[in-house]
Each structure stands twice: as structure tokens, then as C-alpha cells.
Design a protein. Structure first.
Length: 262
């Protein structure tokens, strides 16, 4: 545990119809070895028991906070509202179906303080809906900048921590998907680099029929960011998209080869 500097970390969690996983997600924050945190969960008009389950934790631990949107608005609005209400020096992101390993916050905040950096991310492991861990582990290069991210995003939202005293008050662009990716681009466009911590500190849940699960739709969203968010020309967008697509194809080939071996 850090003894000399123990800054508050604000954990940002948007939630929508998350009753299946939200308890596990909150419990993974409660289990952190680093204890000076607040968790701000913004419910996006869930129609299931999400709010009921969250309230079980708000009543037990005053570090867990719930904000309810009056109309369904999407993750960007939910995250922006949470950040507006956050009191921490550091912001960390955790979606309502993902999990952290207990040492995640402690390891990452120490990494950022020692290197005096504004933006960091870590490796994560993928898991099935039931929590069974898969062999797929993400990469965490030493650092990436704007041009790197335009070609391929290696940053998992559930692993990010930012120092907002350094970065300032940046909001996520209000789009329904890929708003986190656009946010990393906005930060790095300001000249900050994202530094990778090469440790597996989070678990990303592959949920069937989730917004991020369809590859064709993901490609369309990538193109939208190039053209409409980053305002790139057709030629530049094609150039970046070819890098994005070639990386996806290589990953698919690796996946199929690994399946054959098993």
C-alpha cells in the first residue's frame, strides 16, 4: 500500500440492465487492496433489478454511489455524468459486467506516480459469460500515441486510469458506441501518451449479443470514428482502416490456429 500518497480514485461505471453481473463487478471493487476510492455507478434507465442490487451496496458502503438517469442516454452520457460528480484525482473505468483483480488499483496508481504519467492501461484476460477464464490476454505496449491508436486500439476501457489534474476536464463524445476509443484519441491528440503496465489486472467478460460483440458492426463504428469524430479524409480513413482490418484478420487467424491445436 502507498503510505506517503494515498489519492482518491473515482471508479466510473455505467450500468444498463446489468442485474446478472453488477454484484460481482461491485464486489471486485470492494475487494481492492487499495481502499481510498469511490465508485460512481450511473444507471441508464434499467428495466430489471440493477438499481435494487446496486442499492444493496450503497446502504452498506458509503464509497458506492448511485446516480439514475431520467431517460436512456447511452454509456457516453452516463460516464460523463459520473466524471462530473467524481471527486478523485484519478479516474478509473469499469463496466458493469467486467471485473478487477484485487491489486489492480494499488498496482496501477503506484505505477503512475512512480513514472509521473497522466494516462495508463494494463493487460486484461478475457472470460466467458459464466466467468470461466480464456487463454486470450491483451497486449500492453510500453506506450502508444495518437497515430498508434488510429491504426489499432490496444487499450481496454476496464484497464484505464487517468490523472485528470494533468489531463483536465475532457468529456467523452456523445456517440452510442466507441466513445471510449474516441476518448483515448482525444487525450492523446493533446500530446499525452498512454503507458502500458504489462500485468494482467482485469477480466473482460465476453457477453453474447453485447454491443461490442459483432465484428461487422465494430468495423462500421471504427469507420465512423475516423470520418465523423476525427474528421479524417476518405484517403486517410482508408489508410487507417486498412491497418485496423489487417490487425483484425491476423488476430482471427491466430484464434483459428489455436482452436485447431486444442
Amino acid at each position: 500500500m502507498l503510505e506517503n500518497h494515498n489519492p482518491l480514485i473515482s471508479v466510473i461505471t455505467p450500468a444498463y440492465n446489468a442485474e446478472r453481473f453488477i454484484k460481482q463487478t461491485i464486489e471486485s471493487v470492494l475487494a481492492q487492496t487499495y481502499t481510498n476510492w469511490e465508485m460512481i455507478i450511473v444507471d441508464d434507465c434499467s428495466t430489471d433489478r440493477t438499481v435494487e442490487f446496486i442499492n444493496e451496496f450503497t446502504q452498506k458502503d458509503n464509497r458506492v454511489h448511485l446516480i439514475q438517469l431520467e431517460e436512456n442516454s447511452g454509456s457516453a452520457v452516463a460516464r460523463n455524468l459520473a466524471m462530473e460528480n467524481a471527486k478523485g484525482k484519478y479516474i478509473a473505468f469499469l463496466d458493469s459486467d467486467d471485473l478487477w483483480f484485487p491489486e489492480k488499483l494499488e498496482t496501477q496508481v503506484q505505477f503512475m506516480q512512480e513514472k509521473d504519467i497522466a494516462f495508463s492501461f494494463t493487460k486484461y484476460v478475457r472470460m466467458e459469460e459464466d466467468g470461466t477464464l480464456k487463454d486470450a490476454v491483451s497486449r500492453a505496449p510500453e506506450s502508444v500515441g495518437y497515430q498508434d491508436l488510429m491504426k489499432h486500439c490496444v487499450i481496454g476501457c476496464l484497464t484505464v486510469m487517468i490523472d485528470r489534474e494533468k489531463i483536465g476536464d475532457l468529456k467523452m463524445v456523445n456517440i452510442r458506441t466507441r466513445q471510449d476509443y474516441a476518448y483515448w484519441l482525444a487525450i492523446t491528440k493533446k500530446g499525452f501518451r498512454a503507458y502500458g503496465l504489462p500485468e494482467v489486472l482485469a477480466k473482460y467478460r465476453n457477453v453474447e449479443n453485447s454491443i461490442s460483440s459483432n465484428k461487422v458492426k465494430a468495423a462500421k463504428r471504427q469507420w465512423y470514428v475516423y470520418r465523423k469524430v476525427e474528421n479524417q479524409s476518405i484517403l486517410k480513413s482508408i489508410w487507417y482502416f486498412l491497418h485496423y482490418a489487417s490487425k483484425g484478420i491476423r488476430n482471427l487467424i491466430k484464434f483459428k490456429l489455436s482452436k485447431r491445436k486444442n
